[in-house]
Ligand binder design. Sequence first.
Ligand code: ZN
Length: 73
Amino acid sequence: MRPAEAGGARHGHDMGQLIFQCPKTKKEFDSGFQAKATDLMLLPRGATIRLRCMVCGEIHEYNFANARISEEG
Ligand SMILES: [Zn+2]
């Protein structure tokens, strides 16, 4: 086990758009929030957020466990 393989410990900006998946259509959309992958890891297991879905227009409760960060550039 080598520390170098821990991953995600790169320097520089790793901010990206927080992407959620619509539970109805299974399509992903950009929530408009910026976050880091490490931010997601710091959240308690099962943390959720209620947001209006950009795909179907309804309000869903999203589990951060299913969210991801879009890597731009
Ligand atoms: Zn939806």
